[in-house]
Design a protein around this ligand. Structure first.
Ligand code: ADP
Ligand code: ZN
Length: 606
């Protein structure tokens, strides 16, 4: 079969996406290649399809056992002969797999890097017909990268022993140093380097200032992702645990992942997250590498991460299957202060601190921007980006801004007058002064005699609280991390002197739940189809449980959505659904068609 035929018949996909065609062409012509493609860009097909078109077995080096296993499940569901070799397998399975491999019965064999470089394995390789080597997560070979794996360095031996077998290296990490390391350490200087854009069009980016964070999180999940899987990133272990507890009390299946848990619990939670639907993982940034779940529908940050790189990588775990997904950032004055303190208090040299300050400022600016978020992100990675995208909060609902200069002046000048002589106060007290309140603290410090006492009565208390946070976020005021007390920074003076105007975004109240739900349904499917979609999900869950495989291996969300929209009634029509190949057609057409038919009888269309 040709690559296109394999794509159509085995995978049930109509066309190649992104770089796939070009990468596959290179491999089919026995060229060495390095493919840099974003998460969700469809890297696996780049070696799986040539593996199915060429004679012999493709040997795939993959760093994590869980990743290998997922791939093998998925391939078996397509009727492809694939297996994995790793140190955790029982001896009889290992023996059987070796047997199949040596008899040339496998199209693909996944191997861990340490296994691939043993003399035993190299010996076997010289006796079997090998179609290609695919090096997945190839950035692990670079000491520069964040996932360096010493075992990957040994892979050069494959090249030495089998220089005639083509190598395809794949990664989602694109920076120049890593790229050079890969080519050098794999000794494939002649490789064709293919780079895809790093845009993730199916992810909708958004950011909100924290106000009542738990409520904001709940609104976000309930309105858009009530029964879906997602990741919630927090700055600390404690917060990850708190959010998990909170979500559990609200009836969600929420788990925790951070470096403070023992290895077994971490592994167990990650397994549940990958295998089950509707699981929310509350985690620190320790939850990262090896999350191969394609149907993560949302990634929420409850605190600001350290840099745009970290943010983009973490949000990239959403929507690998290409279906619409959300990346939402909740940021606040406190986390910015905390991150600023981390930097200042670290023992890093000044030069390093300067870089980190710069990185944090860039992300802070991203969070506050009223412009297209995707534009900012892609621009940061020096990629040409259109100035609007129609898939970020600011493009979808352009934010209203207003001139807040006078209010900011009032606020800052109140901070200036109240704080001093060794005393400083938090936002609440400053707000009380502005509102002209009477209380013990105000009496004690005689703050009712300040010229700013009562000058803010025209603005509600909530708005002042918000303005206080914005003052910190924008860097006009500094906040002491321990007592939350405020002091002015040098940046306050241009505002106080009237040299700088301040425009602020209006605070966005989350829309009423019902309204949003309706909007979402309109954009995707009519209401009755959502019922069918839920029915199909239940069916899929049952089938997956029976075989002990993750539901997405049976069919992706995208395939189910398409079924729910097109309601195929014959096997021919079912075969037209994206993701239905020959093997799945045989295996699943009957049960799914039955379900679709049962649904239309239960709820006849008007
Ligand atoms: P990556 O490893 O680059 O993150 P994957 O190989 O896991 O990406 O593919 C991401 C998702 O896109 C998978 O669900 C895969 O089945 C799907 N996919 C890959 N290629 C195509 C294609 N040509 N058409 C439709 N869907 C595709
Ligand atoms: Zn946009």
């Amino acid at each position: 079969m040709t690559p296109l035929e394999v794509l159509n018949k085995i995978y049930g996909y109509k066309t190649f996406i992104g770089l796939q065609q070009r990468v596959i062409d290179a491999v089919m012509h026995n060229k060495n290649a390095l493919a840099l493609m974003p998460t969700g860009g469809g890297k696996s097909l780049c070696y799986q399809i040539p593996a199915l078109c060429k004679d012999g077995t493709a040997v795939v080096i993959s760093p994590l056992i869980s990743l290998m296993q997922d791939q093998v499940y998925a391939l078996k569901e397509l009727g492809v002969r694939a297996a994995a070799l790793n140190s955790l397998l029982p001896p009889e399975i290992l023996r059987r797999t070796f047997g199949q491999f040596m008899r040339g019965e496998l199209s693909l064999l996944y191997v861990s890097p340490e296994k691939a470089c043993t003399e035993d394995f190299l010996q076997i390789l010289s006796r079997v017909k090998i179609s290609m080597f695919a090096i997945d997560e190839a950035h692990c070979i670079s000491e520069w990268g964040h996932d360096f794996r010493p075992e990957y360095m040994q892979l050069a031996v494959l090249r030495k022993r089998f220089p005639q077998i083509p190598v395809l290296a794949l990664t989602a990490t694109a920076d120049a140093v890593t790229r050079k390391d890969i080519l050098k350490n794999l000794d494939i200087a002649d490789a064709e380097v293919l780079t895809a854009g790093f845009d993730r069009p199916n992810i909708t980016y958004g950011a909100r200032l924290k106000d009542k964070e738990k409520q904001q999180l709940l609104d976000f999940i309930e309105t858009k992702h009530a029964s879906e899987s997602g990741i919630i990133y927090c700055l600390s272990r404690k917060r990850a645990e708190n959010f998990a507890e909170f979500l559990q009390t609200r009836g969600f299946n929420a788990l925790v992942y951070h470096a403070g848990l023992d290895a077994a619990s971490r592994q167990e939670n990650q397994n549940i997250f990958t295998k089950k639907e509707s699981v929310i993982m509350c985690a620190t940034n320790a939850f990262g590498m090896g999350i191969n779940k394609p149907d993560v529908r949302f990634v929420v940050h409850m605190d600001l991460p350290k840099s745009v790189e970290a943010y983009y990588q973490e949000t990239g775990r959403a929507g690998r299957d290409g279906s619409p997904s959300d990346a939402m950032l909740f940021y606040g004055a406190k986390d910015i202060v905390q991150l600023r303190n981390f930097i200042e208090e670290s023992s890093a040299p000044e030069q390093q601190k300067k870089i980190e300050r710069q990185k944090l400022n860039t992300l802070t600016a991203y969070a506050q921007s009223a412009g297209c978020r995707r534009h900012i992100l892609l621009n940061y990675f020096t990629e040409e980006a259109p100035s609007s995208c129609a898939a970020c909060d600011n493009c979808l609902t352009p934010p209203e801004t207003y001139d807040a200069t006078v209010n900011m002046q009032k606020f800052l000048s109140c901070v200036f007058r109240a704080c001093g002589d060794g005393f400083s106060f938090g936002a609440q007290h400053i707000t009380d002064i502005l509102l002209g309140k009477q209380n013990e603290k105000i009496e004690k410090f005689k703050h009712n005699t300040l010229s700013t006492y009562g000058i803010g009565k025209d603005l509600p208390e909530d708005d002042w609280r918000l303005l206080a946070r914005q003052a910190v976020v924008m860097g006009f005021a500094a906040m002491d991390a321990e007592h939350s007390s405020l002091t002015l920074t040098p940046r306050a003076w241009p505002v106080l002197k009237g040299h700088e105007t301040v425009r602020l975004r209006k605070f966005i109240k989350p829309p009423k739940k019902k309204e949003q739900k309706k909007q979402k349904q309109k954009a995707e499917l009519p209401p009755s189809d959502n019922n069918l979609f839920e029915r199909l999900r239940r069916l899929r869950r049952g089938l997956a449980e029976k075989e002990n495989i993750p539901p997405y291996v049976v069919f992706s969300d995208k395939s189910l959505l398409e079924m729910a929209a097109l309601k195929p009634s014959t096997p021919q029509a079912f075969a037209e659904i994206n993701g239905v190949g020959q093997f799945k057609l045989q295996k699943y057409a009957e049960v799914f068609l039955e379900e679709i038919n049962a649904d239309s009888q239960a709820a006849p269309r008007k």
